[in-house]
Design a protein around this ligand. Structure first.
Ligand code: GLA
Length: 367
């Protein structure tokens, strides 16, 4: 089964949104995708586990070809999708692609992207077969109001593509996205490897916290091969400060979330790179100790999220959601005599009173 651990990689979408969160079609090119793929390798992120390069919406030409297949945009993806997939594979990476169950992609609806029949409605088999021939390793299937536009029903329409993909290549990771509209956590685990739980995550603190709040009750639904997806990472994007980037990343790790970076890998700060690449934090994300993280303490703006580790210990993230520095005594929550290790620094924590700056957090293990 694919995705036995939460998938990691890089996706084009967050990178190619402009400051007003509008899709920049012109910037979405095969050259740009390859440049980012090379940067995944050169920065060591690929070696750290980020191995899927996912081409999100806006790669498509205005029409399908004579066989009904999706085609790359004639100017921006002129070598063809198969060729791009081959180049990404040659870098030792895996290739993902975007499609939608209805007749229109989200960019067609929200950003006036032009095209006819770009959705997979009535092309499910054609698309799955093409994906398989191109060597696609990961499919993101995005709802985009298909109930309103096309009268589709959510589980059925997603299941249809799941069946096609399973038939052509059962190793393809199937990532679905209906933003939590139809409680996908209740039915998606039967046939999808990951399902979005919220609307799009934007690169600012309020959006990260709003998204986090929507994860509170979802911990019973994930397990190896099937993950809650609180959306792709915004680390290094928008107005997120270093403390906010850390908090976002630590929380996604404690949630066993897929780690899909979406920043410009060719221009990131050392701070961003060191965060994305941190082996201890990644290890927590990829570890399955029987449950994803859950909220175990929530008082006066201080939250503790915790998950069991397969080693028998516990991994925790303490977050200060306040606008002022706030302290917390670990002994309020853990046994006296526990050993705490700060995962970020690798140091043992000796003073159990932790003081955190606004929006900052600490990730630690205890046993
Ligand atoms: C929706 C999804 C995003 C992205 C865009 C593409 O908004 O939630 O992740 O795939 O569509 O148009």
């Amino acid at each position: 089964m694919p995705a036995l651990t939460p998938p990691m990689g890089w996706n084009t979408w967050n990178r190619f949104l402009d400051e007003n969160h509008r899709a920049d079609f012109d910037a979405t090119t095969e050259t740009a995708v390859l440049e980012q793929a090379r940067a995944l390798v050169d920065t060591g992120l690929a070696a750290a586990g980020y191995n899927y390069v996912v081409m999100d919406d806006c790669y498509q030409s205005f029409r399908r070809d004579y066989r009904g297949r999706l085609v790359g945009h004639p100017h921006r993806f002129k070598s063809g999708i198969k060729c791009l997939a081959d180049e990404i594979h040659a870098l030792g990476l895996k290739f993902g692609i975007y499609a939608v169950p209805g007749s229109q992609t989200c960019a067609q609806q929200y950003f006036d992207y032009h095209g006819l029949d770009l959705g997979s409605l009535n092309y499910e088999q054609v698309d799955a077969e093409a994906f398989s021939e191109w060597g696609v390793d990961y499919v993101k299937y995005d709802w985009c109001r298909a109930h309103i536009n096309d009268g589709l029903k959510a589980p059925e329409a997603f299941k249809k593509m799941a069946d096609e993909l399973k038939r052509v290549n059962p190793d393809i990771v199937y990532s679905i996205s209906e933003y939590g509209l139809f409680e996908s956590h209740l039915w998606a685990p039967e046939f999808a490897n990951l399902w979005r739980t919220t609307d799009d995550l934007l690169p600012h603190w309020d959006s990260v916290m709003r998204t986090l709040d929507q994860q509170v009750d979802l911990f019973p639904y994930s397990r190896p091969g099937h993950w809650n997806d609180p959306d792709m990472l915004q680390v290094g994007n928008g107005t997120l400060t270093p403390a906010e980037n850390r908090t976002h990343f630590f929380l996604w790790a404690i949630l066993n979330a897929p780690l899909m970076a979406g920043n410009d890998l060719t221009k990131m700060s050392d701070e961003t790179l060191n965060l994305l690449k941190h082996p201890g934090v990644i290890a927590i994300d990829q570890d399955w100790g029987g449950s994803q993280g859950r909220l175990v303490h929530n008082r006066e703006g201080m939250q503790m999220w915790e998950k069991p580790m397969s080693s028998g210990g516990v991994a925790s993230v303490l977050v200060n959601r306040n606008e002022v520095t706030t302290s917390f005594n670990l002994v309020e929550r853990y046994r006296q005599g526990s050993t705490y290790v700060d995962v970020w620094s690798g140091d043992q924590i000796n003073d159990t009173v932790i003081s955190l700056a606004p929006h900052d957090s600490i990730i630690f293990t205890s046993r």
